[in-house]
Ligand binder design. Structure first.
Ligand code: ADP
Ligand code: MG
Length: 566
């Protein structure tokens, strides 16, 4: 057997541990949620690997369960699973470093505000280390499924700078984690307390979480029962398979946190069971907060995929379009083969039709949120609005639906808050108005006093102010809403149509005639620098304005193309 080895934690882990140990005093009990959650993941992974190699179940038919026990005298709490387990190398890699990219990012997000910082943990996949919130020493005994009993590993650490690993004999497959409770935390070594924490956080876990049966104290002269008897304390059925009417909001929220590695409640969810030609269940969530890497190309996205209750993979990103990549959830299909691979998922009628149905569900969920809880929707918009704006270009078929979800700043509110929906805009249109007017620019400060707005202000017509980088791109795909077309007020010869009275038009014609000579002279002087000089009627206070031709690229697009060397 290999000898004992002492290894140092990765720097980021050390920083994280410092944080865990010294500042996370609120909500200490979450350590149990994290460890049970890992045990459940380990069971999922074993089930999945056993699909192609049944011998991994080592003859026990995959009687998977998680056991939580305690020893009051020794001041320990133990979490044990018979899932996939870890090899020595895996223990070193997974319990000594933080594999996920963005750890530095994580640490830079820390605010020093305990509550907020506690919320960040978990989003970054640092769940295991939460054991050190309550433990002064953590011992992990593990053996990977399928390897000989002699190739077990014992990992041990006091959560300071380093950890030890040693090869051990471990006949039972899986992982046992023993927490040696800190002084002051002995209260966790208590059946009632552990039971209530498991109930609270892990009821949705799909396999049994067992605790020792509460035994009445043996009467005098009687023998205490020798073998511990266990009983499941959670419901142990996959949440999405249960009828909606029986599931409490808190259960949905706990489930969300488990699958999304998030600590903040979701803003909304949509739970559906589809029967008929295709059969599947889906449970989608709209998070309240964007992950730090929302814009990274290789950031986690996609749904957790199950086939007939069997876990297949995380991040199956074939079921939703990219502009909905922030949606979290589970899809459980009865039509896909158990040996489905990422390649098979790439295409096919089953995937296509599930994708379009799930896209619609997600958009409906957001629409409902925007109607029922405008304040929550505003929160959502702040976090994910920019991503949703990618929608009309990616998903032409749903562009009207997506358009209804967009929010913009406008001349109405006098602030840069993006809180005007297109339906609100349409409802406020003035008599004779049949177009949706907008102006793009680099910043709210730059556009709010633009001379382009003068005539609209005069006539009391609202103009949408679009100042995000993506807006011109968006508007090149969004040409109409509710049957009315969009008009960029900075473009060409603005035709206000029915908004102008006959008198207005007459007066304008006269002015144009009057200024013919001036126009000719300006054309002469400006020459090649401009395409056209025209008398404009859109200005009331400013003497002149530069406008963009109808078919020309907008300013933002020009800048983007120039920057990319085109
Ligand atoms: P996450 O669960 O987000 O991956 P954690 O910090 O909770 O992050 O766990 C880190 C890794 O340690 C897991 O991804 C897994 O590889 C390994 N691990 C933790 N607990 C167990 C367990 N009970 N069985 C097998 N592997 C585990
Ligand atoms: Mg975890």
């Amino acid at each position: 057997a290999e000898t004992k080895q002492t290894l140092g934690f990765q720097t980021e882990v050390k920083q994280l541990l410092q944080l865990m140990i010294h500042s996370l005093y609120s909500n200490k009990e979450i350590f149990l949620r994290e460890l049970v959650s890992n045990a459940a993941d380990a069971a999922d992974k074993l089930r999945f690997e056993a699909l192609t190699d049944a011998s991994l179940l080592e003859g026990d038919g995959g009687n998977l369960r998680i056991r939580v026990s305690f020893d009051k005298d020794a001041k320990t709490v133990t979490i044990e699973d018979n899932g996939i387990g870890m090899s020595r190398e895996e223990a070193i890699a997974h319990l000594g470093t933080i594999a996920k990219s963005g750890t530095a990012d994580f640490l830079s997000h820390l605010s020093g505000d305990q509550k907020k910082d506690a919320n960040l943990i978990g989003q970054f996949g640092v769940g295991f280390y939460s054991a050190f919130i309550v433990a002064e020493q953590v011992d992990v005994y593990s053996r990977r499924a399928g390897v000989p009993a002699a190739e077990g590993v014992h990992w041990s650490s006091r959560g300071e700078g380093d950890f030890e690993v040693e090869t051990i004999d471990k006949p039972e497959r899986g992982t046992r984690i023993v927490l040696h409770l800190k002084e002051g935390e002995e209260g966790f070594a208590d059946g009632w307390r552990l039971r209530s924490i498991v109930k609270k956080y892990s009821d949705h876990i799909a396999l049994p979480v067992e605790l020792p049966k509460e035994q009445p104290a043996p009467a005098e002269g009687e023998q205490a029962p020798s073998a511990a008897e266990w009983e499941a304390v959670n419901r142990a059925s996959a949440l999405w398979t249960r009828p909606k009417s029986e599931i409490k909001d808190e259960e949905y929220q706990e489930f969300y946190k488990h699958i999304a590695h998030d600590y903040t409640d979701a803003l909304a969810w949509s739970h559906n069971k589809v029967e008929g030609k295709l059969e599947y269940s889906s449970l989608l969530f709209a998070p309240a907060r964007a992950p730090h890497d929302l814009y990274h190309r290789d950031a986690a996205k996609g749904l957790k995929l199950y086939v007939q209750r069997v876990y297949i993979m995380d991040q199956a990103d074939q079921f939703l379009p990219l502009y909905l990549r922030f949606i979290k959830g589970v899809v459980d299909s009865s039509d896909l083969p158990l040996n489905v691979s990422r390649e098979i998922l790439q295409k096919g009628p089953v995937i296509d039709s599930m994708k379009s149905a799930l896209t619609k569900r997600a958009l409906d969920m957001l629409e409902k949120l925007s109607k029922d809880k405008p304040e929550d929707y505003a929160r959502f918009w702040k976090e994910f609005g920019q991503v949703l704006k990618e929608g009309p270009s990616e998903d032409y078929a749903n562009r009207e639906k997506i358009a209804g979800l967009l929010r913009f700043a406008s001349t109405k509110s006098g602030s840069d808050a993006q809180d005007v929906g297109l339906a609100d805009y349409v409802a406020r249109m003035v008599e004779g108005q049949d177009k949706l007017y907008y102006l793009t620019g680099e910043s709210y400060a730059q556009v709010k006093d633009s001379p382009h707005l003068e005539v609209f202000r005069k006539k009391g017509i609202e103009v949408l102010l679009l100042t995000d980088r993506i807006d011109e791109w968006l508007m090149s795909y969004l040409t109409e809403f509710d049957g009315k077309s969009f008009v960029d007020v900075a473009r060409g010869d603005l035709d206000l149509g029915a908004l102008e009275s006959e008198e207005d038009k007459k007066a304008q014609e006269e002015v144009a005639k009057d200024k013919e000579k001036l126009v000719a002279r300006l054309k002469d002087v400006l020459g090649e620098d401009v395409a056209e000089v025209r008398v404009s009627h859109r200005l009331t206070d400013s003497p002149a304005i530069l406008a963009i031709g109808d078919g020309d690229l907008g300013l933002q697009m020009r800048q983007i193309l120039e920057a990319s060397g085109q």
